[in-house]
Design a binder for this molecule. Structure first.
Ligand SMILES: [Zn+2]
Length: 403
């Protein structure tokens, strides 16, 4: 069915979801008609989608939400839900369905306050749709307190409420929550499957599609972005030059500074695009006059401060995401080097810079390459532990040094 079209290379998961959507449809019909529910059902009230970045966790959750809301008349004739064109499917897919709440965060964590609203919503019957669907795209970012807030709602849901949680892996989700969900694992789609979807859905030239799919190793969103966004391409090729610039201490420190600056630049850009507008909107809502200098009404300082904190946390996350992307590209570079050194027949991800890969491969041995990959992993760990970005990145570039 068309709702599954954006899901790439996940046939097994898709089959399971389609079967659940079919049973869910029968279940709602029974509830609304007041008849006995079907004896066995593949539908359940809480689902957890896990899989590596780019595997399409949220795409799968959203497609399932659409199939649950499908109102196509074909269903009554024995057809599968998920036509992609009826009002239920369409509004869910574009994100405007009244009974589908999609929670995506640009912060490092989701707190108790946000989750309370979700729990309230979960208790309601759907307003117009067949189900009340809550998609929590970053379930791994729930704080422990927030997790405890939604626990009961996940455990004893309203009859027509369904929770769809997404996270990179099972370990990223609080044990109490994951044990109450049905678990679906998505895998990284094959390079060919990604290239195929870029050609078919996005109209990208086959040669370009193949190159970006290979370069991003099956990460569909990144592949699409590389194919369509020149800045992203420039950023990536700059990162891939880094291994050739770390010959001496000066080069290492300079390369580290540039990586961190680029990340800070991204964060600043997001801030400029979003923060100012957000602040102005809140000021207006709180009844302040126009212009940044005008006085705020009494008692609104706390709310303004809260927004400032939120914006600051968002900048931190943007900066970290950009650095993370650079580290992923660097790891790919050295993985290619290792493949060349070992004479492995694994497909090279960065074929377009083959001479650079050859040069680094000849100048060192596989053991050295492994140590370099370890240094990149150590940098990522340090960033996770909130080590100052420049310090962490400098330690890494120093370890990547030649010799
Ligand atoms: Zn439909």
């Amino acid at each position: 069915m068309p709702v599954w079209d954006d899901l790439v290379g996940q046939e097994r998961v898709q089959k399971q979801l389609a079967a659940a959507a079919r049973d869910a449809d029968a279940l709602v019909t029974a509830i609304t008609d007041g008849t006995a529910p079907p004896p066995s059902s593949k539908m359940t009230h809480a689902w957890l989608f896990t899989g590596p970045p780019g595997s399409g966790r949220s795409t799968a959750a959203r497609a399932f939400a659409a199939a649950l809301q499908c109102t196509s008349p074909d269903r009554a004739l024995g057809g599968e839900p998920g036509c992609g064109f009826c009002d239920g499917c369409h509004t869910t897919l574009i994100g405007t369905h009244a009974d589908v709440q999609i929670v995506r965060t640009d912060l490092l964590s989701i707190g108790v306050k946000e989750t309370r609203d979700l729990v309230r919503r979960a208790q309601l019957s759907p307003a117009v749709g067949r189900w009340q669907v809550i998609v929590l795209e970053d379930a791994d970012r729930l704080t422990e307190g927030a997790g405890n807030v939604i626990l009961k709602a996940v455990e004893e849901p309203a009859p027509r409420t369904v929770w769809l949680l997404c996270a990179p892996s099972l370990e990223d989700v609080l044990p109490t929550i994951r044990s109450r969900c049905r678990h679906l694992t998505l895998s990284t789609p094959s390079v060919d499957a990604v290239a195929d979807v870029l050609v078919r859905r996005d109209g990208i030239e086959p040669a370009v599609a193949a190159a970006v799919a290979r370069a991003t190793q099956g990460h569909i969103d990144r592949a699409r972005r590389l194919a369509t966004d020149e800045t992203a391409r420039a950023r990536r090729s700059a990162v891939l030059k880094l291994p050739l610039r770390v010959d001496d201490v000066g080069g290492c420190l300079k390369a580290a500074q540039e990586l961190v600056d680029a990340a800070a630049e991204d964060a600043k850009q997001v801030a400029e695009e979003v923060d100012t507008k957000e602040t102005e909107e809140l000021r207006a809502a709180l009844g302040a006059g126009a212009g940044a200098g005008s006085r705020m009404p009494r008692g609104t300082a706390g709310v303004m401060k809260e927004l400032e904190d939120r914006q600051k946390r968002r900048r931190t996350r943007t900066q970290r995401d950009t650095l993370d992307l650079a580290l992923t590209d660097l790891t790919g570079f050295y993985r290619d080097v290792l493949a060349l050194q070992l004479g492995s027949s694994v497909a090279i991800a960065n074929e377009e810079i083959r001479p650079d890969l050859d040069r680094v491969a000849r100048a060192s041995g596989p053991e050295r390459t492994l140590r370099r990959i370890e240094a990149i992993i150590a940098c990522r760990d340090a960033l996770d532990r909130n080590v100052a970005p420049l310090l962490a990145v400098e330690a890494m570039t120093m370890s990547l040094r030649a010799g």
